[in-house]
Design a protein around this ligand. Sequence first.
Ligand code: ADP
Length: 551
Amino acid sequence: MGAPRDFGVRHPRALVLASQLPLTLLLAAGVAAAPAAWGLHLSSGWGQAALVLHSLIFLAAGVVPLQRFGPLASLAIPVLDLAAIGLSRFAAAEELPGLGVLSMLPVVWISASRLAPAAIVSISFLGPLLAGLPWCFAAGAEDRPGRIASIGLLALTTLAVSLAMQFVRAQVRRQQGKVDAKEAELQALLAESRERERLLNAILDAVDVGIVAIDADGRRLLTNSWQAMLEASAAPPGDTRPTDPGWEEQLVLTGRDQATPLPPGRRPLRRALGGESFADHLVCFGVAPGSRVVSTGARPLQDDDGDFRGAVVVYNEVTGLVNALAAKEDVVATVSHEFRTPLTSIIGNLDLVLGEELPLSVLRRIEVAQRNAERLQSLVSDLLMSASSAVHVQPRKTDLAGLVEASVGSARAHAQSSRVSLAMDVAAPLWAEVDPLRIGQALDNLVSNAIKYSPHGGAVTVSARAEGGRVLLQVEDSGIGMTAADAAKIFTRFFRSPAVREGSIPGAGLGLSITKAIVEGHGGSISCSTLPGQGSTFTVDLPAEGTPRAF
Ligand code: ADP
């Protein structure tokens, strides 16, 4: 395991022994290579002393726990080595001439230590020099200069080696410093990014909105806890993992009717994986009753080159809102329906009374009651229609010129009483595949608005023409017009412009939203161009051949 290997690498005594071993082995090899020196060496007192000193140093390196005396105490071994080499040289220089070179080993050892650089340099130079002096002075006068030069050269060489090592060590230390600084920087960044991740996770789990992030292969990178709960409510039985790319396909997702399974291509993650960006895509999790209505939206993620890298999909539950809207529409529909029967009876009876011989003052009052009852009836039918979620159209071949004529005809009395001129511009016949009742209703709404919002002396023109495969109906007036901000909202239910609301022009703000629903039910569109004080032009654009098949 780890312990024995650690012992080999880290135990201080083993390190000292390992550092000493090369010198001991080299000495042994040198001695072994010169057998002629053995007798002489062992018989001389200096030779024996050198041998004993080398052996004692080797023993001390392996046995004495020098590190206990301080981190630098083990350097006593290489210093003693220098002395022992000097002694050996003195005793056997003739037989083993290259002994001085061995001084390099203790010098390298000392140079690699943590001793102060000045001390290292001094020992590296003076150690071999002093150790060589006895050998130098043992020589005769004629050999001495040569030996002095030899030890001088050796001392300079060891000094050079030591200096080179100091230089390399300084370089290494500098590099190490840089690496340590970078490492510290990285650790700080890592800690910061972990902190941010924790913060992000806390935020993601605190919001009551589902969030899913996927990569370009549809694998989930993130699912917050709200979303996990939402998916658990629509999960099939079994143990499929939500991290599977195909997980969404397994969820019980339904359409707006909360019953029809949502086709794979309409599922939010699948759409997002296709690179789509969308908002307000309504999806139901589970089947009614108990299903949850969720508004979903997605944004693709792109890399620097604009390539698709994945997407983020957001799920916002709107079950409460949808239920409240449905309940409101139910109430409106029921109340309007309940109003219709008594109103029809009131209007019918007033009609009958008006046919009788009555004093003029009574007749006037009954006419007022009848007008108001009729207004109430048209309001109730508008409410009923706008409460139903879809407009059902039954198109058939219809002459639009006839419809325009009928609409203008029935508005004529209203135009006269408002002192507005009413004209039409249409070449009969103008055939189109439309529901005559519905398009007639739309025309009536537009014409009655044009008259209603024109001052005395105004002019209203209704025109119709064919253009390509389409028919265009236009109602133009010279009335009060609207600001651009108001014009942008007129097709919204119950919207009435502030100018109209402040005046006394009656209305509920439903006519145009119904008109738009009718036109769109035919696969057409409606637009308005207007300027305040300069009148308005409403244009209805319908496909002449009827609703396109795919609509
Ligand atoms: P209503 O006429 O009952 O208020 P509508 O839905 O028909 O409801 O119209 C919505 C609003 O649009 C009106 O209240 C009015 O402010 C504006 N509007 C519609 N038609 C015209 C028009 N021809 N000229 C000026 N404003 C109009």
